[in-house]
Design a protein around this ligand. Structure first.
Ligand code: HEC
Length: 268
């Protein structure tokens, strides 16, 4: 026999649970535009880079200008520790120029004979100098955020070159509905659309040695070329070795087919 009292109880529980579920779904539908906007990330802009593709090479003029942008703007907050000053030779700087560049930085060395650390001018054989002695100092100077080392940043982000270019050129005012947290800056290309780095580039910020006009787009393009080279200085060697290997395999295959046909030609 069915217990009417239990049946009634189950009915009430079922009704209240579906009502709750309906309310929750309504709330999600109401909030969804805000949730979507909060997490909106624009896909990076598409740029045709000279280093792309099997035959792509480093645009050395652009990378040299990019080094100037890094040195005069980004190096205030970001390290590039994987590079040595002597690596700049690959970009077309002469030994004397590299010596001069290195000399303008002071680095800590030691210990000396008394066991003390000391400071000296950097040499071409030194790593690029770091803007902060450690992560804590970097965070303390940047509102708690850590400006990452840029040595491998192009490799560390998906679609790295296009992403970096878009990030540097993507700062705008936030839309009305956007809740910008204090100390952060709006940029729709950064996941979450806000980051601790203020827009680092403004038109004319750098006076290019070669006279190129320093628009934000130009500087972003140049510094991306430079950081792509920094992340993969061996790229050109890698590509030319790959092409040689493929050429060798093609020639080898032709000889292989000819000799196979000769060896087996009398066998019916
Ligand atoms: C005033 C200091 C400062 C300067 C100058 C600066 N940055 Fe930053 N940068 C930061 C901080 C702080 C962060 C961390 C942001 C965060 O995580 O919210 C950052 C983050 C980044 C990131 C990482 C973004 C990501 O996806 O995580 C890149 C790339 C970057 N900066 C490139 C540059 C380049 C290139 C320049 C020079 C044109 C530059 N920055 C100049 C402070 C700076």
């Amino acid at each position: 026999m069915v217990n009417m009292k239990n049946l009634y109880l189950y009915h009430i529980i079922y009704e209240s649970m579906t009502a709750c579920l309906k309310q929750f779904i309504c709330l999600l539908i109401l909030l969804s535009p805000h949730i979507a906007i909060a997490n909106e990330v624009l896909p990076p802009k598409k740029v045709n880079w000279p280093f792309e593709g099997a035959f792509g090479t480093v645009d050395r003029k652009a990378a040299q200008r990019g080094f100037q942008v890094y040195k005069e703007v980004c190096a205030a907050c970001h390290g590039l520790y994987n590079l040595y000053y002597r690596n700049l030779k690959d970009l077309g700087f002469s030994d004397a120029e590299i010596k001069e560049i290195a000399k303008s930085y002071t680095i800590q060395d030691g210990p000396n004979d008394l066991g003390e650390m000391f400071e000296r001018a950097a040499l071409p054989s030194d790593h690029f100098s770091r803007p902060y002695p450690n992560e804590q100092a970097a965070r303390a100077a940047n509102n708690g955020a850590y400006p990452p080392d840029l040595s491998l940043i192009i490799k560390a982000r998906s679609n790295g070159a296009n992403y970096l270019y878009s990030l540097l050129t993507g700062y705008t005012n936030p839309p009305d509905h956007f809740k910008l947290m204090t100390g952060l800056h709006y940029n729709p290309y950064f996941p979450g659309s806000q980051l601790a780095m203020p827009a680092p580039l403004t038109d004319g910020q750098v006076s290019y040695i070669d006279g190129t006009e320093a628009s934000v787009e130009q500087m972003a393009m140049d510094v991306t070329n430079f950081l792509q080279w920094a992340a993969e200085p061996e790229m050109e060697n890698r590509k030319s070795l790959g092409l040689k290997v493929i050429l060798f395999l093609v020639v080898f295959t032709i000889f292989f087919v000819i000799s196979k046909n000769r060896i087996w030609q009398n066998v019916k």
